[in-house]
Design a binder for this molecule. Structure first.
Ligand code: G6P
Ligand code: ZN
Length: 579
């Protein structure tokens, strides 16, 4: 490969026995710190909080105290992160505590870098017992901003609630930290260092992941597209972790021009950016894709590389449409799905565009609560191949996390496949053409999300209670403007694999024409309450597919605001973000 990522010279031999004598383990007394409740995306706090005293060390020790010994003693763990501030320091702490607790080997990404989907891929490929991801996803990074840590299990999937609950329990009683007495490990060059029975291997964060991508996709097909003089692709890594992947994958392997990548160097503060690929935060990319002579396909990924946004020339694809279009074209364009996807799934608020594809392809279909974790069981049971969420997450069962680069390669594959016989100079089938064709075949699901961030919790909760109360009194057939109610409920999900039930997952008003209004409180906000309203309307009539979504959805939006009494409960006139 052309980049320096594999060949960088190390100051010591690639296998270095630093401490043949054995490992010295020190027990450090500690006292519990409050507020270490672990959500399903791990623990996320300000850097300052993590840096205080034993905050991070306590949580890591509580994690080892929570795992059955066979899940880590003498085992292998993967360690990686999104490159944000404090990762380097944190990596050293995590490795020393892992060694202190009897872990045999840590596979750590060079410079502590590894995207979330790549950690999932490496855990699976290397048959590791699990892995740590140092990331606060799309939250800003730097001394004043956020840090976070997640633990994934041997399937490559985020630890289940049964484990995260135990970790929290143990943070309340942790009294000693088992720390291996080893020096800081140089993460800047590849190689193996052994300290007695404990080994650290600094690995290239890209190779295993790239190998997986080469097995999933037809790289030659994509290469033929990307190297065409009449096709231009751009990728914005937002100074986050996919910067480490973009060059080796898009440039070195697929032959894209090096200048197709912007913000390609991972920085500890993401270049003062907010590494979230959406129309608000990926502003540079949006400007380029809506300018005159815009490229043909533009994409971005978030801090830890699991989210994605796809744009055509002057054209935005909603994540709900994106997963539906990928699913509809997967069998033809992506070798991994050559026998057809096993099943499709989306989160409840994600538009019903994917349902229509499942229907047409006669595939099993699942509607799960918000959160990637709900897809994992279905994948492990062989029931699910392709899934997505409206929150810019798309992926498949090749790993157990959503995967930004995978989504970009999926779109490149679709465009490449549709244009494979086109001569240079012949008009290419564009991202917009593919999308419009999809709408013409399946109908268009107009979709929008209104976010009211940092509302007072009390008002937001009262609004949800008011809606629950309303739902208990509604009857099918009631009229809301021009819409007739089919049903209204509080979404609840029974996992078809293990029978577990997740209730209170969002309030739905579903109308007879398939239109929906959904209310949910965000589970990821860090201050106050964030109310999300999801609005969707199905439109089979091709002549209306050109309409602006906000215009098409106006009557439903008005209904949503009036039935929820949002203004009365929150004092808000306008959403803070609208997608
Ligand atoms: C994280 C999860 C996603 C989920 C999203 C929902 O990004 O990884 O799976 O869709 O949170 O966030 P919200 O703020 O709507 O609860
Ligand atoms: Zn993320």
């Amino acid at each position: 490969r052309k980049t320096d990522r594999i060949v960088k010279a190390c100051s010591y031999p690639s296998t270095f026995v630093a401490d043949p004598e054995g490992l010295k383990i020190t027990s450090i007394p500690t006292t519990p710190v409050e507020g270490q409740k672990t959500g399903t995306s791990g623990l996320r706090k300000k850097v300052k909080v993590f840096k205080e005293g034993n905050y991070l060390a306590n949580w890591i020790q509580a994690l080892f105290n929570s795992l059955p010994p066979e899940d880590y003693k003498n085992g292998v763990l993967v360690l990686g992160g999104d490159g944000r501030y404090f990762n380097r320091e944190a990596a050293q702490i995590i490795m020393k505590i892992a060694a202190g607790n009897g872990v045999r080997k840590i596979l750590v990404g060079r410079d502590g870098l590894m995207s979330t989907p790549a950690v999932s891929a490496v855990i699976r490929k290397q048959k590791a017992n699990g892995g740590f991801i140092m990331s606060a996803s799309h939250n800003p990074g730097g001394p004043e901003y956020d840090w976070g840590i997640k633990f994934n299990y041997s399937s490559g999937q985020p630890a289940p609630e049964s484990i995260t609950d135990k970790i929290y329990g143990n943070t309340l009683s942790v009294s000693e930290i088992k720390l291996a007495d080893i020096p800081d490990i140089d993460l800047s060059c590849l190689g193996i260092t052994m300290y007695g029975s404990f080994t650290v291997e600094v690995v290239d964060p890209v190779s295993d992941y790239l190998e997986l991508m080469e097995n999933v996709f037809d790289f030659q097909l994509i290469k033929n597209l990307v190297s065409r003089p009449d096709f231009r692709f751009i990728f914005d890594a937002m100074h986050a972790v996919t910067g480490a992947y973009a060059n080796p994958i898009f440039v070195d392997t697929l032959g894209a021009s090096p200048d197709c990548i912007s913000n390609g160097i991972p920085l500890e503060d993401f270049g003062h950016g907010h590494p979230d690929p959406n129309l608000t935060y990926a502003k540079d990319l949006v400007e380029k894709m809506f300018a005159e002579n815009a490229p043909d396909l533009g994409a971005a990924s978030d801090g830890d590389g699991d989210r994605n946004m796809i744009l055509g020339r002057g054209f935005f694809i909603t994540p709900s449409d994106s997963v539906a279009i990928i699913a509809a074209n997967a069998q033809a364009a992506i070798p991994y799905f050559q026998n057809g996807p096993k099943g499709l799934a989306r989160s409840m608020p994600t538009s019903g565009a994917l349902d229509l594809v499942a229907d047409k392809l006669k595939l099993p279909f699942f509607e799960v609560p918000t959160g990637w974790k709900f897809f994992g069981n279905l994948m492990d049971a062989g029931k699910l191949s392709i899934c997505g969420e409206e929150s810019f997450g798309t992926g498949s069962d090749h790993v157990r996390e959503k995967d930004g680069i995978w989504a970009v390669l999926a779109w490149l594959s679709i465009i490449a496949y549709r244009n494979k016989d086109k001569k240079i100079g012949e008009k290419l089938i564009s991202v917009e053409d593919v999308t419009r064709e999809h709408w013409a075949t399946y109908g268009r699901n107009f979709f929008s999300r209104y976010d009211y961030e940092e509302c007072k919790s009390q008002g937001a909760n009262q609004m949800m209670e008011h809606l629950r109360d309303l739902i208990s009194k509604t009857k099918p057939g009631q009229r809301y403007g021009n819409y007739t109610l089919q049903f209204a409920d509080d979404f609840s999900y029974t996992d078809p694999v293990d029978g577990s039930v997740a209730s209170k997952q969002g309030l739905r008003f579903v109308f007879t024409d398939g239109s929906r209004i959904i209310f949910r409180l965000s589970g990821t906000g860090s201050a106050g309450a964030t109310i999300r309203i999801y609005i969707e309307q199905f439109e089979p009539d091709v002549s209306k597919h050109d309409m602006d979504a906000q215009i098409a959805l106006k009557p439903l939006i008005e209904s949503a605001l009036s039935i929820s009494k949002l203004k009365e409960f929150t004092g808000r006139e306008k959403p803070t973000v609208r997608q």
